[in-house]
Design a protein around this ligand. Sequence first.
Ligand code: NAD
Ligand code: TYD
Length: 344
Amino acid sequence: MADARDAKTILVTGGCGFIGANFVHLLLRERPAWRVLNLDALTYAGNLANVADVAGDPRYQFLRVDLTDAEALQRALAGVRPDAVVHFAAESHVDRSILGPEAFLKTNVNGTFHLLELVRKWPGCRHVQVSTDEVYGSLSDTDPRFCETTPINPSSPYSASKAAADLLVQAYHHTFGLDTITTRCSNNYGPYQFPEKLIPLMVINSLAGKPLPVYGTGRNVRDWIHVEDHCRGVLAALERGRSGEVYHFGGNAERANIDIVRQIAVTLTGSDALIQLVQDRPGHDWRYAMATDKSERELGWAPQWAFDAGLRATIDWYVQNRAWWQQILNKDYLIFYDKLYGGR
Ligand code: NAD
Ligand code: TYD
């Protein structure tokens, strides 16, 4: 990708989800000459409210398309020649992949395949595959952090489907010469995250006085990154990454789940009395941790948010945006909630 001042058309998939919406905001704010096409199926996780403030921007366009429908995808993008695709769209929740893996294969594997077939028809188009640390599997407390050459070893249907997509991207680079970049990131938190993931779930349950369900011992460890830091990393990889390479992003903030939940509970309720240890997630990965020195060296990227400040700002965002999450607490959400936590 050349100069940031050049006019570019960027196709963002999944731009109505958590990270995609934050990325759309970043692009429109920091790359004024660029045009953004947001392609999203609006699944349960996609929400037009996440991008409502940019809907009237002449540089922005929304396309409601399901990536699993190859013909609809081709029709919607006929005549479009993006300079780059940034592929966020996915089924993204591990617990849902345990309850129903099929949608993960359809969207994460077949959907990525359909997209790559289109990218092949757009000469010079760069494909950025937004992936996850979960493709590497699980670490013990003393293992070194994942690096870009760590062998892929996924353990959930979610991470297996993301790993399959990453391998397809790698194959399209080697076989067809596609200009690809794969980014892998640790657990994100921040505004617009759907309240099925740990941090927003614990925030809204604390606000509602509901139990805070912590799986197993609560000692599983994740590395937490603020979504803005992830999005800045994806943009840096898009603009400065070397073709065919993998880049890591992480927040340098490894925390045990129980410590985060306690921090949220105490902030919002003054005690940890709502915490309940519940039956563990099947196949629950113990620890994830990312080495990010390659991205720091090659992309000039580093996380800006300290975890405590980022968590505080995120809690404040959910407190100040009750209407946003209250409209999500509909019948489908409650059915899923009962199905998942009722059995634990
Ligand atoms: P999300 O679930 O919040 O959003 C996913 C978006 O994709 C939604 O807008 C949804 O409508 C859309 N989508 C789903 N299926 C689609 C389909 N078939 N066609 C078109 N659109 C579809 O997810 P997120 O947390 O924003 O994650 C975005 C990406 O980042 C995913 O690829 C995920 O694997 C990756 N990632 C997430 C995290 C994290 O902590 N959330 C960490 C590392 C990597
Ligand atoms: P999650 O946000 O689902 O992300 P991931 O599984 O992709 O890392 O979960 C983060 C951690 O929090 C994970 O170890 C599972 C745990 N967890 C709970 O203990 N209780 C919950 O209700 C949820 C949603 C997650």
